[in-house]
Design a protein around this ligand. Structure first.
Ligand code: 5GP
Ligand code: MN
Length: 338
C-alpha cells in the first residue's frame, strides 16, 4: 500500500462532509464489513454518510452492526461530495447509476489483483488479506488526528472481513500482517467463535438440500486437474433457496485431491451465467476470468457470461482445459455440450 495514498485518503475524509459508501454487486463478507466499519467510524466523526448497495446483504451477515442501515438501490439519492468504493476496482462493478452531469470525487479502497485504478485516489494493496485490513490501517491513522476511535462494533466488522476473505484463516492471504491485525481486533472484545458461528454455523436447512443437488452435478477432467459443478434456476425453486445460498459451493470441487482449478456455474437467466473459479497453488484464475471480462485474485475469481448454461460451460471448460493441458471426458462432453 502506498503510504502517501493512505494519508491523502485520510485528509479527504477528515475534510469532506457528505459521503456515500458502496461495494461490488453480490456483496460478500469483506465488502459489507468494510463499508460498515468505515460508515460507523465516519458517523462517529459527525459526517453525513450513507451506504448504498445495488444488491441486498446476504442473511449470514445480518448480525453485523448497523446492517439495517444499508440502503439497497441502484440510484444515489443525494449528490454527495465523495463516493467511496470498497472491495472492487471502481463504480462500474458496483452497479450504481450516477446521475447525469454529476461527477463526484471517487476513492477506491481495494485489494484485488485486477483493478483499473478508476478512483481519483486509489488505496490499493494486492498483498492485503482483505479490504478490511486496509480500512483497519486507515482508521488507525485517522484516530491519531480526530476524536473518533476504533471500538467494538467497528472491530467486529473488520474481524469479519478478514475472517471471511481468508476462508477462516486458511487461504494463502493469511499472512502474518493479516493475523496481526486480526489479533489486535480480537483485543476489542470480539469472540472468534461467535463470528464463526454466525457466518458458517447458522445455515438454513434448505441450503443443505441445495448442496446435495450441487454435489450430484460435479464432474472431473480426464487427468483430474480440474473439476466443476453447476446450479440451475430449478434447483433454487425446488429447494426454496436463493443465489446467496450458493456461497462456498465452488470450494467442493476444489477440495478433491489433485484438482488445481474448480469452476462453479450458476444460471442467472436462460442466457446469463455467473462463473466462480478457485485454484490451488500455481494457476492464476483471475487471468482466466479476465479473458471473459471478469477478474479477481490469483486463487479466486469470477465473471458473468452471456449464453445458455451449456454454451457457457463449453466455452469456459475449453479455456481451462487448454491452460491445464487436460480435457473433459467424452461422456461429460455429451452432457456438458448437449
Ligand atoms: P466469487 O466467485 O466469490 O463471486 O468471486 C471471487 C473473487 O472474484 C472476488 O474477489 C470477486 O470480487 C471477484 N469477481 C467475481 N466475479 C467478478 C466479475 O465479474 N468481475 C470482476 N472484476 N471480479 C469478479
Ligand atoms: Mn475482498
Amino acid at each position: 500500500m502506498k503510504k502517501g495514498n493512505l494519508s491523502r485518503v485520510k485528509d479527504v475524509l477528515l475534510k469532506i462532509r457528505n459521503i456515500v459508501i458502496t461495494t461490488h454487486v453480490n456483496p460478500d463478507g469483506d465488502g459489507i464489513s468494510s463499508e460498515l466499519a468505515l460508515y460507523l467510524f465516519l458517523r462517529k466523526l459527525g459526517k453525513q454518510v450513507m451506504i448504498i448497495n445495488k444488491d441486498p446483504v446476504p442473511e449470514m451477515f445480518a448480525f453485523l452492526p448497523a446492517v439495517d442501515e444499508i440502503r439497497v438501490s441502484e440510484q444515489i439519492p443525494t449528490h454527495p461530495d465523495l463516493v467511496i468504493v470498497t472491495d472492487c476496482g471502481g463504480l462500474e462493478r458496483t452497479g450504481l447509476k450516477i446521475p447525469e452531469n454529476y461527477n463526484p470525487m471517487v476513492i477506491v479502497i481495494d485489494h484485488h489483483l485486477t483493478n483499473d485504478q478508476n478512483g481519483e485516489i486509489n488505496l490499493l494493496d494486492q498483498d492485503a488479506s482483505a479490504t478490511g485490513e486496509l480500512i483497519y490501517h486507515l482508521i488507525k491513522a485517522m484516530e491519531t488526528d480526530c476524536p473518533a476511535k476504533m471500538d467494538y462494533p467497528i472491530a467486529l466488522c473488520l474481524y469479519t472481513s478478514i475472517f471471511t476473505d481468508t476462508g477462516s484463516f486458511r487461504y494463502s492471504n493469511t499472512t502474518s500482517e493479516a493475523l496481526e491485525v486480526a489479533s489486535k481486533l480480537l483485543s476489542y472484545g470480539i469472540n472468534s467463535w461467535t463470528v464463526a458461528e454466525q457466518v458458517y454455523e447458522s445455515r438454513p436447512y434448505a441450503t443443505l438440500r441445495l448442496l446435495g443437488r450441487f454435489l450430484q452435478t460435479i464432474g472431473i477432467s480426464r487427468k483430474g486437474r480440474f473439476a466443476w459443478g453447476s446450479i440451475v434456476k430449478e434447483d433454487f425453486h425446488k429447494t426454496g433457496t436463493r443465489e446467496e445460498h450458493t456461497e462456498g459451493l465452488v470450494n467442493y470441487p476444489r477440495s478433491i485431491r489433485g484438482v488445481e482449478v474448480s469452476v462453479f456455474f450458476r444460471e442467472m437467466d436462460s442466457d446469463l451465467v455467473k462463473i466462480s473459479m478457485r485454484s490451488k497453488g500455481e494457476v492464476n484464475v483471475a487471468a482466466i476470468a479476465e479473458k471473459f471480462g471478469g477478474g479477481g485474485h490469483h486463487n479466486a475469481a469470477g465473471c458473468t457470461m452471456k449464453g445458455s448454461m451449456m454454451e457457457v460451460r463449453k466455452k469456459v471448460l475449453r479455456i481451462v482445459s487448454e491452460s491445464l493441458q487436460d480435457d473433459v471426458p467424452e461422456e461429460d462432453s455429451v452432457e456438458v455440450c448437449g
